[in-house]
Design a protein around this ligand. Sequence first.
Ligand SMILES: Cc1cc2nc3c(=O)[nH]c(=O)nc-3n(C[C@H](O)[C@H](O)[C@H](O)COP(=O)(O)OP(=O)(O)OC[C@H]3O[C@@H](n4cnc5c(N)ncnc54)[C@H](O)[C@@H]3O)c2cc1C
Length: 402
Amino acid sequence: MKQFEKTSSTDYDIVIIGGGPAGLSFACSLRHTGLRIAIIEKQPIEALANPLFDGRDIALAHGSMRILKQLSTWSSLADDEISPIKEARVINGTSPYSLTFDTSRDDIPALGFLVSNHDIRRTLFEKAQEISNLEIVTGKSVVAVNTADRHASLGLDDGTNLKAALLVAADSRFSETRRMVGIPASMHDFGRVCIVCRMEHEKPHGGIAYECFHYGRTLAILPLNGNQSSIVVTAPMSDQDQIMNAVEAEFNEDIQARFKGRYGRMSLCTDRFAYPLVGVHARKFCATRFALIGDAAVGMHPVTAHGFNLGLSGQDLLATEIINATGDIGDERLLRRYEWQHMLATKPMYHGTNQIVQMFTDDRIAARIMRRLTLRMANNFSPIKRIIRNKLTESHQSRGLF
Ligand SMILES: Cc1cc2nc3c(=O)[nH]c(=O)nc-3n(C[C@H](O)[C@H](O)[C@H](O)COP(=O)(O)OP(=O)(O)OC[C@H]3O[C@@H](n4cnc5c(N)ncnc54)[C@H](O)[C@@H]3O)c2cc1C
């Protein structure tokens, strides 16, 4: 590990690396502990206080809404910033047949809710700023990490050296600090890109989310308030420039045609944003006085919309262990308990999602037949549908079932 020259020293109980949604929600979960906490974020303060729309509308399950309510950030979202998903339909290839999930058997208004990523970040940052035991250091990168039995330390790019009982890395799926500590991760480069934007359309969507596993490209159309939808196009990397640079009219017509005109005329109403698709699962979620949360622990393919949902439940697990601790908050047994629970919840989900992606992006004849059979079987075999629906709505205690 790189040794960092010590120029000054500050002591914290916990230093969180990364002020994205996972790092901020973790700090908010610990707001009543009195622990001395710092977040180190490389972006400037402005990017945290007024985050810009980044194309991502995040589908949140009921369990995530519950956590955000506990953090008192859900109530900071305006009504028009929360869009309910009442039904979800999965379509394969060119067939009109769909696997359908709805709430008809549950006494709940929606399967889940869409909230824009920048609104999630804004409300978490607002709450974090109110926390008296939290210091948010912006515009500084963590460039070195050392962990030892008695304490951990990290170095910033301005030469500052900080000490803490526990370091928590929330520095993205490409976490540099995970690498510095020597935690290996399985990475899967799907060789595909996800292009996201919002579109307005003539006809109402009725709160229905569509996941269309077409041949070649995948198209998700997610219902936002009003006659607007979040569009997620997944395509081979080689198509990225063509999709991103297509003139608006051409892009509109293409999406409209791929969606078979279900919503009438569709028109782009935001910029397009491209995200390369790389899935990551760290082999361990902790080391000596060091833990991984958020995408740094598990970076999911967005097709099953689990990334931040798992990020939220993971930070909640670690925070609960810390809140219940009677001694050292960097204790190895505490970190191992967190790791065990979060591994149980994420590992099958990560590999299961990758299998789904593999099957539904394989356009060979045999795979097309399998895709068709899988949807029909899932639609007609009620235990499978029930498990998936329960997972979304948490109508039964289902954490860890997958
Ligand atoms: C297209 C798309 C659609 C998605 N849709 C969904 C969905 O519907 N549902 C869902 O649950 N999830 C979804 N996700 C996943 C979700 O966006 C992520 O899981 C979530 O944003 C990860 O948050 P994070 O805080 O772990 O990481 P990030 O958001 O990557 O934040 C990491 C932070 O760490 C900072 N940082 C990095 N390195 C350092 C360093 N060395 N020093 C200091 N700071 C550092 C970065 O600047 C950044 O602010 C989607 C993702 C994509 C790409």
